[in-house]
Design a protein around this ligand. Structure first.
Ligand SMILES: Cc1cc2nc3c(=O)[nH]c(=O)nc-3n(C[C@H](O)[C@H](O)[C@H](O)COP(=O)(O)O)c2cc1C
Length: 356
């Protein structure tokens, strides 16, 4: 049997990885209400379609921060790809490159950032967690810039890690042969499993919960790269991102893995888009699984979307090819949905497509 849609990949991937890795990739925080809501909220939004508009040539190309994309999709930063497949981030990078989209590489990758960029025509952005040790942070940013990354994507929704119950039960940790490759000074640490998951131990030992808007200037001073702030959940913080000089934001609740019972990202997107209008480029992630979800996100104000878990499922299922399959299925769904909506170019996707 072949996977026909993005959800199929989860089913196919499940048999290929350990139960604790599956739980880590799939899970959300607490009762997983936001995790579920992120995708189910799309089901409550209905499209309005137009006919007789010559859709014989649908063009899915798009852009973000001036970088051309073959479709309005980027790969969300997710940690520890080698738990899914031995080629890990390298396989994802190759797939993103051959499909003409950007990969955002997690700070917590199992592969060196330079190797990931080298596989990718340099269509990689670096997701940054800020370490208590600012020298480690500075080194990460400067390495990302020297490696040829296109932007720093600063994740701001993780001062502490959300309560992920499965990881606690499994005492989730990295196996002996894997490490956090980008962080030589702290990568050799065993994740300290105390009364929680190893990841929670790692985050509380190393990441800086005192991070605040005051630190944005410092981050900007360390590199010339554009700055995208990831983890924005309301218009107040979107406006502060503009005021603090960010070039883009990602409307994100970390795929329902941080604060449970916060609203689905697609439900907060319209008010955020209205408050910042054209002052900043907006990305969104969380629960995007269908071509029609992508159309809805763009119609409600996003420039492009990020997908997280489906990429991991594709990777676990069949390495680089599995990730390409995920991207191609999504591309075909976007193309078909655009045609059936009566739209031939991404720039023509707008609020008119949302049924009121
Ligand atoms: C297994 C896993 C690991 C993640 N690791 C990171 C990370 O290292 N940095 C980060 O900014 N976001 C991380 N995220 C959040 C994703 O970037 C993204 O916000 C989320 O997965 C989007 O939701 P989706 O999986 O429903 O597409 C992770 C998400 C998952 C599922």
């Amino acid at each position: 049997m072949q996977p026909l849609n993005l959800n199929d990949f989860e089913v196919f991937a499940r048999d290929k990885i350990s139960e604790s890795a599956y739980d880590y990739f799939r899970g959300g925080a607490d009762d997983e209400i936001t995790l579920l809501e992120n995708s189910s909220a799309y089901k409550n939004i209905f499209l309005k379609y137009r006919v007789l508009r010559d859709v014989s040539n649908v063009d899915t190309s798009a852009s973000f921060l001036g970088i051309k994309l073959s479709m309005p999709v980027l790969i969300a930063p997710t940690a520890f790809h080698k738990l899914a497949h031995p080629e890990g981030e390298i396989a994802v990078s190759k797939a993103a490159s051959s499909e003409g989209i950007i990969m955002i590489l997690s700070t917590l990758s199992n592969s060196d950032m330079e190797d990931v960029v080298n596989e990718n025509d340099k269509m990689v952005m670096f997701q940054l967690y800020v370490y208590k040790d600012r020298e480690i942070t500075r080194e990460l940013i400067q390495r990302a810039e020297s490696a040829g990354m296109k932007a720093i994507v600063l994740t701001v929704d993780t001062p502490y890690i959300g309560k992920r119950e499965k990881d606690i039960r499994n005492r989730f940790t990295l196996p002996e042969h894997l490490s956090v490759k980008n962080l030589l000074p702290v990568s050799k640490d065993k994740f300290p499993v105390v009364d929680n998951s190893g990841l929670a131990g790692y985050v509380s030992s190393h990441l800086d919960p005192s991070l605040s808007w005051k630190d944005i200037d410092w981050i900007k001073s360390v590199s010339k790269l554009p700055l995208v702030i990831k983890g924005i959940g309301c218009s107040e913080d979107a406006l502060l991102s503009v005021e603090n000089g960010a070039d883009g934001i990602v409307v994100s609740n970390h795929g329902g893995r941080q604060l449970d019972t916060c609203r689905a990202t697609i439900d907060v997107l319209p008010e955020i888009a209205e408050s910042v209008s054209d002052k900043i480029e907006i990305l969104i992630d969380g629960g995007i699984r269908k071509g029609t979800d992508v159309i809805k996100a763009l119609a409600l104000g996003a420039k492009a979307v990020l997908i997280g878990r489906p990429v991991i499922w594709g990777l676990a299922y069949d390495g680089e090819k599995g990730v390409k399959d995920v991207l191609n299925i999504l591309r075909n769904e976007i193309t078909l949905a655009m045609a059936l909506c009566g739209v031939d170019k991404v720039k023509n996707i707008n609020n008119e497509l949302i049924a009121k």
